[in-house]
Structure formats: C-alpha cells, structure tokens
Design a protein around this ligand. Structure first.
Ligand code: ADP
Length: 986
C-alpha cells in the first residue's frame, strides 16, 4: 500500500497515537521535524498552530495537509511518526515501505531565520533548560520586551513548548533577533555550561509549611460531616466511589479515577487551568473533594502537587474584607509561621506544583463573571473578584484549580475558562450496594436494607444520589418497619429522616401525630432555612439562630452541624447537614407557617427572588456585613445559586402538600389554610405545564409534531410525581398533544425516569420518546416500564444500559402493542442481550427498527439475532454499526435476511467484515425486493467481496447504494469498481 493510502487508512490510529495522551508534545515534535525537513512551510505551520484550537483539530489538519502534499510528504510523515512516537504509542501502525532516512540538518550553516526551521528539533532540546537566560539575552539586546517574555513563559507551557514559543517569537522579530539567540546558544556550548539551570528545590521553610498544611487538611477531612450530628464516621470507612464521566469525551471511554479529574485525560482547553466537577445537590461533590484532600495530605494521591489549598465557597461568602491572593491562601487555609514572602514567591515561581480547590461555586453569593480583571497577586480585591480571576487564570496562571458546582449555574461565560468538565453522577448500582454494606457493621442489617431496596425500585432509583442513600441507610429501622408503605418519593425519604432525628431525641416512642410534639422546633429550624435560602445564606451565626428561635436543644437534634473552619470557642457557626435538608426545612416552614405571605408559593414556582417574599426583618449576620444587609435585601438582587435551591424547595412543597401527607399537618395548622396552599400548588403545576405546551411549534407539513423539553419541564414532572395523585398527572397530560417528545441531554437518571413514567403513562396518544444522552441506566430502564405502552419508539442512545436492563425492557416491550422501534446506540450491550431481541423479533411481527450500534456484540450475538430475524416479517431497519460481528456474524445475518421482504436499511459499518461476509450479504441483494441501503464502511472487504456485491446488484434495481468507504482496496481498484457499479460509494 502506498504511503498516502497508509496515512488515510490509519487516520484514526494516527490521531489516537498523536493525541490520546492529551499532551501536544508528540504533535509538536512531528511539526518540528517536518519544518526542519522543509516538508512544511512556515505558513503551513502557522495555519495548524492556531491558538485555542483543540489538539485533535490541529492533528487532523496536519493529516489533511500531509495527504494533499502527496506521496513523498506522506512517506516522510510516517518516518517522522516512527521516530517520534514511543513504541507502545505507535503499536499497530504500519510504516511499511516508508522508512525514509530523515536527514540531519546542521543548524549553524547559515545564520538566518531559515536556520531556526532546519535546526528546530535540536534547538528545542537545547533551549528547554535555559529559557530564562535566553530571554534575558534577548531583552538586553533590545529585541524582546517583558510582554514578549511573558508570552513565551506562560506557565501552561511545558519547557519544550516554551522553547518552541521562543523560537516562533524570535523568528517574528527578524534576522537580528535570531542571530542573538543562536549566538547565545553557541556561547553556552563553547563555555561547556550545562544548559539546564532551573532551580527547582523548594526553600527549607517551604517544607515545614507543606507539613503544616497537610496535617491540617488531614485532620479536617478524616471525618464525614453528615454524621456529625449523630456519630463520627471516618471517611475511610464509608467512602464509596461515585460515577465520574467526562462532559465532552470523544475518545475516552474507560472509567475515570480520582487522579484523572485533574490529569490530562479529557482536556478540552489546554490553555485553561480550571477543572470543573459538576453534579446535582447530594451527588457527592464535597465528599469527593474531601477524599482528594485526605489522600493528598497522606501522600497517596495528587503527588505532583506540592501544596493543596482547599476553599469552601459557602465559607468565602462570610469574608467581607478585601484580600490579596497571598492573604487568601495564608489566612483562609494555613498560616506560614516564618518566611511568608519566600514561600509565596516559591508558589508564584512554581504554579504547576500548586492546586486550589473551591467547593460549591453555586453557593457563592455572586454569579461568575469575567468583567473585572485582576492580575497582581498582591493586589487586594473583594473575595469573589479574586475567585473569578483565579478561575479565569488571570491570577496565578498555571496553578491548577478544581471547582465543584451544580450544573444549573454553570453558564457559558464560565465554560470558556474550563480546562475540562467532569460530571459526578452519584452511585452506580454496585456503589449503592457497597455503600449500604459499609454503612452497617451488621451484615444482616445491610442485607435486609438491600433486599428492601430490591423490592422498591423507585427507592433504589433515589439511592443513586449519595445523600439519599445515606438517609435511607441511616433510617434503616424506619424503612424496615414501614412494610408496604415504604418511601416512594424524595419527600417521603426526607420525612423519614425528620422522624428519625426527632425519634432519637424523644423520650416516648413517636406515634401518630409525631410532628405535633415537635412542631415548634421544626418551625424554628424551618424559618432559619427559609430565610437562609432567601438570602443565599448557608452558614448561620449564634445570633441568627437566636433570631429564628432555634435553641440549644433544637441544635442537638442533629440537623445542624458546626461549620468547619468558621467556628471558634467564642462564636459558633452552624450549617444544615446538607443543602437539600435546608431546602426541606424551608419547605416545611412554607407548609406549617400560618402567617406566611400568600404569594410565596406562587413565586416559588415561578422561581422569583425569595428575598422579596421572605421576612425582611431577618438578615443573617454570618452572611452579610451589617452595612450591606439592608441594601442587599432591598435591592432584591438575584444570584445564580438560588434557582436550584428554589427548585428543590418547590419539589418538597409539592410533596408535603400532597393529600397523603395531610394528616401530618392537620394537628398543627388550620385546615382551610392548608387546603388553600395545596390548591395553589396544583394550580402552579398545571399552569407551568401549559406554558411548556404552548411553546410547542406547529409541525411543518409532513413532519411529526415534536416537543423538545425546555428547562424546567423535568422539574415540573418531578413535582407532580411528588404529589402522588394520578389525577394531576392525568390532567397535565390531557393537554399534551405531540408525536415526539425529545428529552436529550436533560440529565435524566433513574429518579427522573420514575417521575416521567408516572406522568407520561397518562398521555392520550402514543409518542416517540427520545431520551438520548442521559444517565438512564438499568434501574432507570426499569422505572420507565410503566409508560412503555405509550411509546411507539424509544431512543436510549448513550445511557449506560447493560444486558440486564434490556432483559426487563423486552419482557415488557413484547406486551406493548404500540412499541415498534428502539435505538440503543452506545450502551453496554453484549451477546447476553441478543437472545432477548431475538425473542422480541419472533414475538412482535410488527416491530420496525432495531438499532444496536456501538455496543459489544460479536458473531455469537449476531447468530442469536439471526434466529429471530429468520421468522420476523416486519423489521425494516437493522443497525449494528461498530460491533464485532465479523465474517461469521455477517454470514448468519445474511442467511436469516435472505428472504426478508421488509428490510430497507442494514448497517454493518465497522464490524470487521471481510470478503466472505460481503459475499454472504450479496445473497440478500440477490433476493431482496425491499433493501435500499447497505452500509459496509470501515470493514476489511477486498476486491473479491466487492465483486460479489457487484454481481448481485446486476439482478437488483431496488438497492440505491452500498457504502464501502475505508475497506481493503487500492485506489486503482476503487476507481475500477466505481466505473463498474455507480451505486457503490467508496
Ligand atoms: P454535594 O456536595 O454534591 O451536595 P455531598 O458530598 O455533600 O454532596 O454528599 C452528601 C452526603 O452524601 C455526604 O454527606 C455523605 O453522607 C454522602 N456521600 C456523598 N458522596 C459519598 C461518597 N463518595 N461515599 C460515601 N458517602 C457519600
């Protein structure tokens, strides 16, 4: 095969070899050599190396360019790859016939800009140890300014990248600058000085500081705070791995470990320093950071970082002074006993050895903005300005920053500054198992809890959220004691923990009317929570507690915990065990309070500013400096943090005001007021839904009427679910008239599936339900079953579904008359699920479309599918793109489909199918009266296979095209075959 074809055919592998490490080093070395060899012009190089462009895009552009330059350039390119890539990286690549000898060019023959190109690889290696001195020489000679130096020495660059930027910069300054640089290098060599003079070893005092910081971090992070109220739980004993995913992963599919969060994998913007971990409230973000802190402090993780500075944004809300970065680090994290300046200097000089973590950006009072720029680490500024500039990288460039937040508040402005985004998706089913076992010392108790979860899959779905898993485990006695009435909704679970904590303190056993006995406590805590939500306040001083009437006894119940790092002997500060508990208490307050403003519920559902509706008399001293208190309250300025909390609070209000919980409140409130609030909630939900339905555009003629869920739709569905009144769901769905419901990228997990199925089952007409790119998983699939009968098509691409989920789905699907199409591209399916599809095909003679692309189905699975296909008389679309069925699988399918009168479209792209398979498939073409398209791209079909297909096409006029790109054919063969049969596309 000629070099050009080799480059084309191996494109994916070459891209992977060059870029998968996430570092630009291999690509840049290849570029160095190609420049040096004269294969790339300087303009070519500049066209590729556009600042801000993604690594993969650069590499693709290089491949395109090399290809268009012809065979010789391709040969040289392959030889360069062979030289640059380490053996394991280049594994599997063929360089055959391309072993060009790269010519060593002497960079000192002519002192000119050309020398910088021809000698580039050597110069890069010589320069990397002495960038500082080379820059000094250029500044002294007047060729460089300090701005030039800064550009070259951006801390995001590795030493080799700095060397390259230096060369590029010198070139742009002209011949005389080039001469200065080359002379400098020559002099150094003549003097025999080692070029690498970087002083990396930290000062003595630094090591002492490092020890102090890690020991304080270790003691702060070894216990889990949710257990603070009742018992101490060492993090080591309970920590369970959560599910981490890259938000934008194209090429990475393995599981992500803790170290990968700050590592190179999945980096989308190498210029940026900030990694974001986003996840819903209770998904485990704070706990994950706590784990990282602990592991770093013990010296077992993140050891590339010499210092780790942890910050909590809710804590930073209480910092009202203006601070410099130095003060922020030393006063908020750890004070150096000596040599503060020297230590800070070392930090500034070695930013890549430092990590900052910021927990809960969503809880900061101010929303992220990049309007106010600050570059100087000694300049003082309000805390949020410091934080935003650190995140952007205008302050302390090169220091890695790890930020956590709820996804709702991460806007496009912040996204611009992200190095990458990692999603934390709570526990997997095995994570739930593991957590429950760790939580209970007694294995018989954990076995019982797990068994009860298996019988209540709605609750199992809820346990994917670690905070709910914690509550369920904590309340195992209540759970196991409640028999058939076990919790179904989030509100049920939080009522259970309320009862649990109250019971703990009660001398008598709690019976019917348990809330009445404690209503004052609940009201006080409720007021604190409610007004805190209104003021974006999560940390409360003793005075705040007093204002709301919270007593020492109330504190002892365990819902509040002392804030770490903010409490001292004289002034204690408190926070709710978790923000969701604060929302729950705020909701309790809305329900229980007789004198709450009448518009509260309406405003809550319309997500209006809560400050307007809260009592203005209370301003939390822990949150606001006194001068700003009144101002902020009156300004009614909204913050990003509020929306998710209002969402959660409204969800709880819906649940608490449902009929089934009314008996709890009746002893505590006037029933007429309660009834009114409950009616208000129903009205709000109905109005909210209608607003969504109004947004549905009229379909273009001939197209289906489709609704793409707007933000807030799933939340309303969840609120309806919390009420557990099918009338409300029925009413809502009676007004929805669509053919297709699109809920892609809506963060739908098992909990949302439960709510969706509860509501959608009342739809009047069948729909196509599109749930692609969510986190449905096997538990979610099971939750969807109650609405399967109204789905004519179900799209579940990229949803982490395995064979077990499919087993349950199909068992129900075969009973559903409307169910005709399913798409499961990119899940975790193997041959263990094909027997179920086979059964489906045998049973449902009206099934139309089966798409199983990008899974793990082999020849064995294809054979099983073939069993079903043989007897099916309806299937029109069969997609198996990106599996591994090979020739044997293709043969089995071909045999089964030979006499199909319905199949219109078949895809076996990327399945390792060779000519044997192609010849078998030719038999379908010979006989079929329905097939229109056959996709065989990216297989290993040779001339013999294509000849079979051509021959078969002679007898078939129905087939429109056969796609054969990227198979084992030479350019000449491709040309010849295209001439013979224009329906073949290569
Ligand atoms: P978030 O910061 O996302 O709101 P948290 O980290 O505060 O969530 O988690 C809430 C609670 O859930 C924790 O206090 C703890 O009880 C439990 N939890 C969260 N993640 C884990 C984990 N990985 N292992 C064990 N428990 C966890």
């Amino acid at each position: 095969m000629c070099a050009q074809e080799l480059v084309l055919k191996q494109r994916t592998q070459i891209l992977h070899a060059l870029c998968s490490s996430g570092s630009a080093e291999y690509l840049e070395r290849v570029l160095d050599i190609l420049l040096a060899q004269g294969e790339l012009m300087w303009e070519d190089y500049q066209n590729i190396q556009v600042t801000g462009r993604e690594l993969y895009t650069k590499a693709r552009q290089l491949l395109d360019l090399v290809y268009t330059k012809g065979v010789d350039t391709c040969k040289l390119f392959l030889a360069t790859l062979k030289q640059v890539l380490p053996e394991e990286q280049g594994l599997g690549l063929s360089f055959s016939g391309c072993l060009f000898k790269l010519i060593e060019k002497d960079e000192h023959k002519s002192i000119s800009a050309q020398t910088l190109l021809t000698g580039r690889p050597v110069l890069v290696s010589k320069l990397q140890g002495c960038i500082d001195d080379a820059l000094k020489a250029l500044v002294t000679s007047g060729h460089f300014t300090s701005a030039d130096c800064n550009e070259v020495q951006l801390p995001v660059y590795t030493p080799t990248q700095q060397a390259r930027r230096l060369l590029d910069h010198v070139r742009s300054k002209g011949e005389s600058a080039v001469n200065v640089l080359l002379q400098y290098i020559q002099q150094k060599q003549e003097l025999g000085l080692p070029l690498d003079q970087e002083k990396n070893s930290p000062p003595k005092e630094f090591v002492r500081y490092q020890k102090k910081l890690s020991s304080s971090l270790s003691s702060q992070s070894c216990f889990l705070s949710t257990y603070g109220g009742t018992s101490h739980m060492p993090l080591d004993d309970i920590y369970t791995e959560g599910q981490l995913e890259l938000a934008h992963s194209v090429d990475f599919h393995g599981p992500l470990g803790l170290e990968d969060i700050v590592g190179m994998v999945g980096t989308t913007n190498e210029e940026a320093d900030t990694v974001l971990v986003s996840g819903e409230a209770g998904s485990g973000k704070s706990t994950l950071l706590q784990r990282l802190h602990l592991l770093w402090a013990r010296g077992v993780a993140l050891q590339d970082f010499l210092l780790l500075f942890p910050f909590s944004c809710r804590g930073l809300n209480s910092e009202h002074r203006e601070l410099s970065v130095q003060e922020l680090l030393f006063q908020h994290c750890c004070w150096p006993d000596r040599e503060q300046e020297e230590i800070f200097q070392f930090i500034q000089d070695h930013p890549h050895l430092i990590l900052f973590t910021f927990d809960g950006l969503d809880e900061l009072k101010q929303s992220f903005s990049d309007e106010h720029r600050l570059c100087c680490p000694t300049q003082r500024a309000p805390i949020h300005i410091l934080l935003f500039n650190l995140i952007q990288g205008s302050l302390m460039k090169g220091v890695r920053k790890l930020v956590t937040s709820r996804p709702e508040v991460v806007g496009p402005v912040l996204k611009k500054y992200l190095r990458k985004e990692v999603l934390l998706k709570g526990f997997s089913p095995s994570g739930i198992n593991c957590f429950v076992r760790k939580h209970h010392n007694d294995p018989t108790v954990s076995a019982k809890v797990l068994a009860s979860l298996q019988t209540n899959t709605a609750l199992l779905g809820l346990c994917h959220s670690p905070v709910l898993c914690w509550i369920v485990s904590q309340c195992h006695k209540e759970l196991l004691g409640c028999g058939d009435g076990s919790p179904q909704t989030i509100t049920d679970v939080y009522l259970m923990i309320l009862q649990h904590f109250l019971q703990h303190q009660s001398s008598t056993t709690i019976g019917f009317g348990w809330l009445k006995e404690h209503q004052e406590t609940v009201r006080h805590l409720g007021q604190l929570a409610f007004e805190g939500i209104g003021a974006t306040c999560y940390i409360f001083s003793g005075a705040d507690l007093e204002t709301c009437g919270v007593t020492e006894k109330d504190i002892c119940l365990g819902f509040l915990t002392q804030s770490k790092g903010m409490s001292s002997a004289h002034s204690k500060h408190y926070e709710f065990l978790h923000v969701t508990l604060q929302c729950f208490f705020a909701a309790l307050y809305i329900v229980l309070s007789n004198n709450i403003n009448r518009s509260v519920i309406q405003k809550l559902f319309e997500l209006k500013d809560m400050r307007e509706i809260g009592k203005r008399s209370v301003c939390f001293t822990a949150c606001l400096p006194s001068s700003e208190k009144q101002e902020l309250v009156l300004e009614g300025e909204t913050t990003a943090a509020e929306t998710p909390n209002l969402h959660i609070t409204a969800t709880f209000v819906s649940g608490l005001l449902s009929r089934r919980h009314q008996s709890l409140w009746i002893p505590c409130c006037q029933s007429s007021v309660l009834e009114k609030k409950s009616r208000q909630v129903r009205r709000c939900l109905s109005k909210g839904m209608q607003k969504h339905f109004k947004s549905i555009p009229q379909p273009v003629e001939g197209e289906k009427k489709s609704m793409h869920a707007m933000p807030g739709f799933v939340w309303l569905v969840k609120c309806i679910y919390e009420m557990q009144e099918s009338r409300i769901a029925q009413d809502a769905m009676s007004k929805l008239d669509v053919d297709h419901l699109k809920l892609t990228y809506c963060n739908i997990g098992p909990v949302e599936c439960t709510a969706l199925a509860y509501v959608l089952q009342h739809l009047r007409n069948p729909v196509g339900l599109q749930l692609d790119n969510n986190s449905v998983g096997d538990v979610g699939v099971e939750q969807l079953l109650p609405c399967l009968h109204i789905c004519n098509s179900l799209y579940l691409r990229n949803n982490n579904i395995s064979d077990e989920g499919i087993r349950k789905l199909i068992a129900k699907g075969i009973q559903c008359e409307n169910f005709r199409k399913i798409a499961l591209f990119n899940n975790k399916l193997t041959d263990a699920c094909t027997q179920h599809f086979s059964h489906l095909l045998k049973t449902k003679q009206d099934f139309l479309s089966l798409r199983l692309g990008n899974n793990n189905i082999t020849a064995q699975g294809a054979k099983q599918l073939a069993e079903g296909l043989k007897v099916n008389h309806s299937l029109q679309f069969l997609g198996l793109w990106g599996n591994k069925i090979g020739d044997t699988g293709a043969e089995a399918l071909a045999k089964a489909l030979e006499s199909s009168k319905t199949l219109v479209w078949l895809s076996l792209v990327g399945n390792g199918v060779g000519s044997v398979g192609a010849c078998a498939l030719a038999n379908i073409i010979k006989n079929s009266t329905s097939l229109e398209e056959l996709w065989l791209t990216e297989n290993c079909i040779t001339r013999a296979g294509v000849e079979c297909l051509i021959e078969a096409l002679e007898h078939n006029t129905r087939v429109k095209s056969i796609w054969l790109r990227n198979n084992d054919l030479s350019l000449e063969e491709v040309e010849e075959m295209t001439r013979l049969e224009p329906r073949l596309t290569f």
